[in-house]
Design a protein around this ligand. Sequence first.
Ligand SMILES: [Zn+2]
Length: 216
Amino acid sequence: MGAFSAFLDILFPPRCVFCRKFIKSGRDLICDDCESSLPYTHGAEKKGEFFSVCIAPLYYEDDVRESLHRFKFKDATGYAKTYGKLLADAVRDKLAGRYDLISWVPLSRNRLKERGYDQAMLLALATALELDDVAVSTLEKPLEAEKQSLMGSAERRRANISGAYRATDPELVDGKRILLIDDIVTTGATLSECARTLLDAGAKEVLCAAVAQTRD
Ligand SMILES: [Zn+2]
């Protein structure tokens, strides 16, 4: 730790991202209590119609839920580093060698404008950094009006009610196994929709990883 960041730690003592207790070292931003008592999934997985598997290191409950809420809605963007580490450990453990490309579930442009940051993108970047890799954009979520015009005929629109996402660069995903990152997985419907879009664009397989998942 450099002198300047040590100085900042005195002025603004780091807090545990989960229980918000002040901690001495800001390295991982998880206190010892949380480290030993977080609701770890111990490798529990979810499956989806269009993705092969979704892993998540934590269950979405109690302090994990509160923490993710601050990350998602209260500008606690610094949490991405801590979450990224947890995600990277889970990916190394379960999905090593099974993907070619890291990407994320994007926010719609109007939501991004409201919030000012895309939390899943931050997670993907932080996770990739931990894995000594890079994360790239593969999907976008057009505005409602754009979506309508993209879909063309009324018939196609009916057949494709769900078409909320669009592959930004089919050439990039063609033949690739994609690791898609999101913050929380509940039913898996969003991940499934993203995976379907990527498969339609030519991806070979989609695997997913989230910080937390609900219990089935
Ligand atoms: Zn804690």
